[in-house]
Design a protein around this ligand. Sequence first.
Ligand code: 5GP
Ligand code: ZN
Length: 119
Amino acid sequence: MHTDPDCIFCKIAAGKIPSKKVHEDDGMLAFHDINPWAPVHFLMVPKEHIPSMAQVEERHAPLLGRMLALAPKLAMREGCRPYPEGGFRIVINTGDDGGQEVHHLHIHVYGGPRPWKRG
Ligand code: 5GP
Ligand code: ZN
């Protein structure tokens, strides 16, 4: 599996930088965003270093599917309220125009009672 020794999310995924873990398995890590945009805000990252959605290949589809399928369960566990009154938002910033700052693919999942700081 490809990782990048200079990448902050690779270091977090490897446990070299501490994070508040929400979920971990062989392929992914979910952890609280250090600068939350909403009462609930966590990131889901593949353990493999994929720079962004722009580099996603067919072979990544099962893992990305698993991450998306797990996101609602983690959102509820972290304090998002049930659909339809509650809910959450899923965002994947990609590239400079997409507002991406950390170049390791990550899924933002955020929600909880409004107001939110962003979104
Ligand atoms: P982007 O703008 O790339 O989509 O989002 C990057 C996110 O990563 C930001 O929301 C930022 O707060 C978060 N972040 C950056 N560095 C760290 C860190 O070291 N630990 C954690 N938990 N989150 C981080
Ligand atoms: Zn990385």
